[in-house]
Design a protein around this ligand. Structure first.
Ligand code: IFM
Length: 459
């Protein structure tokens, strides 16, 4: 069979979404609650007190979204499968009705000549599994492999690009250390256990998929260039780099956690946690690597005075158990997430990641949240700032390719405004706006911009 990845002779374009952020229908057709259904019910966790119970109401009819994707003219669409739709109890019993939805989605994409890329885990763990320990326990990794195979059994004849996990850093450290994401636990350095079980889950799932004939299995990481802003921050910078980047890439490339990673995460040397063979399973398990990039991480020492007016200055510190004595120092300009805009760091990240891994890269997410306050007389959102961000980051990918990085595709995050996790519906990343009252979709100027880029460059 031919290689399922785009061949890279030119950049392929696409866009992406995730199940909990767009689907709604939390109890439809046998789905049971995920950790996000429970977490969003806890007062104070979501900025606008919202949840994903309606989201963009893409369930059960994916037709309008597929039309929007096709209207962009892009070649690839990355969606995620909701584990609690397919295996609601988290065990081995498969819910056929849940899979029917994804079958309709995939068939609709293929009919419109768009290649589907399925992400198997974009953070919606069945709550039943969390009740048994979630990613802190090994069993979850094993159940993830069973579930992955069930999805492949149904869709593997039509889907050839599989991403196991999306941004496992968030699952481990926002889910179990800072508690800003579901399941909202704060178990300190024990969060590293989740890291290992996520990697193991990826390795087990990749092996099962490969046995079933898959040859386009990847993993999606939110890698970030980690930049020391002061000499005194050198050690902390190394620690942040370890947990953001090396703890994932080490096992994938070398089958090992490196010494600097073990310094900040000593539990990863525990033989009861990291059992013989675990890391061998992970090494070489990816046919391609998904890179999600939004912003770099600038690290400075804690003694450098933070700007008290700067909400981004100490964001997510608790996400790094075992690390102290530093803070983040993002520069300007920034997006509505307070994330620094830095396309040059993107070029460097892609070149360095390709050098480190030798794997074909897919930019599985890249985009920006802006307030979208400017509206043209015909009602179109005039999101010039988002277009500038996207144009600069597309140029950054072109530079990385010119420098030799094997970047095959660029998937813009995201098709439409949706449930942005702990920010609810307050942060808008979409190429298409969604009216919260009646869920009407309206393409923004950035949607038309992307369609024109694709038309000019080829999809
Ligand atoms: O919306 C998220 C997505 O689900 C994962 N990557 C980052 C995006 C923006 O925060």
């Amino acid at each position: 069979m031919s290689n399922p990845l785009p061949d890279g002779s030119r950049l392929t374009f696409g866009t992406a979404t995730a199940s909990y952020q767009i689907e709604g229908g939390p109890l439809a057709d046998g789905r049971l609650p995920s950790i996000w259904d429970i977490f969003t019910g806890v007062p104070g966790k979501i900025d606008d007190d919202s949840d994903g119970s309606v989201a963009c109401a893409s369930y059960p009819d994916p037709g309008p979204d597929i039309d929007l994707v096709a209207g962009l003219g892009v070649g690839l669409y990355r969606f995620s499968v909701a584990w609690p739709r397919v295996v609601p109890e988290g065990g081995t019993e498969v819910n056929k009705l849940g899979l029917d939805y994804y079958e309709r989605l995939v068939d609709g994409l293929l009919e419109r000549d768009v290649t589907p890329m399925a992400t198997l885990y974009h953070w919606d763990l069945p709550q039943t599994l969390e009740d048994r320990g979630g990613w802190l326990v090994r069993e979850t990794a094993e159940r993830f492999a069973d579930y992955s195979l069930a999805v492949h059994d149904r869709l593997g004849d039509r889907v050839r690009l599989w991403a196991t996990l999306n941004e496992p850093w968030c699952s481990a450290y926002l889910g179990y250390a800072s508690g800003r994401h579901a399941p909202g636990r704060q178990v300190g350095a024990q969060a590293h256990r989740a890291t290992h079980h996520l990697l193991l889950g990826h390795g087990l799932a990749a092996a099962r998929l490969r046995e079933a004939g898959a040859d386009g299995v990847g993993i999606v990481l939110n890698l970030t260039p980690v930049i020391a802003e002061s000499e005194a921050a050198a050690e902390a910078t190394d620690g942040v780099d370890a947990l953001r980047n090396r703890v994932w890439l080490g096992p994938l490339v070398d089958g090992a956690y490196d010494a600097g990673t073990l310094r900040v995460a000593p539990v990863l040397a525990d033989p009861d946690l990291v059992r013989p063979g675990d890391l061998d399973l992970v090494r070489g398990s990816a046919d391609w690597l998904g890179v999600n990039y939004y912003t770099p991480s600038r690290v400075t020492d804690a003694t450098a005075a933070p700007d008290p007016a700067d909400p981004a200055a100490d964001a997510d510190l608790t996400a790094f158990p075992g690390l102290t004595g530093f803070r983040f120092a993002p520069r300007h300009p920034r997006t509505d997430m307070d994330w620094e805009v830095d396309p040059d760091s993107f070029t460097r990240l892609l070149v360095d990641t390709y050098d480190r891994t030798g794997l074909p890269l897919v930019v599985t997410e890249n985009g920006a949240a802006y307030a979208d306050a400017t509206v043209l007389p015909d009602g179109t959102v005039d999101d010039a700032d988002r277009i500038d961000y996207l144009a600069a980051h597309l140029a950054a990918i072109d530079s990385a390719r010119d420098a030799g990085a094997d970047v095959r595709a660029w998937l813009v995050w995201t098709l439409m405004d949706n449930f942005e996790w702990s920010h609810g519906y307050l942060k808008k990343f979409g190429l298409v706006s969604v009216d919260r009252a009646d869920l009407t979709r309206a393409p923004k100027r950035s949607y038309h911009w992307l369609a024109e880029v694709v038309r000019r460059r080829g999809r």
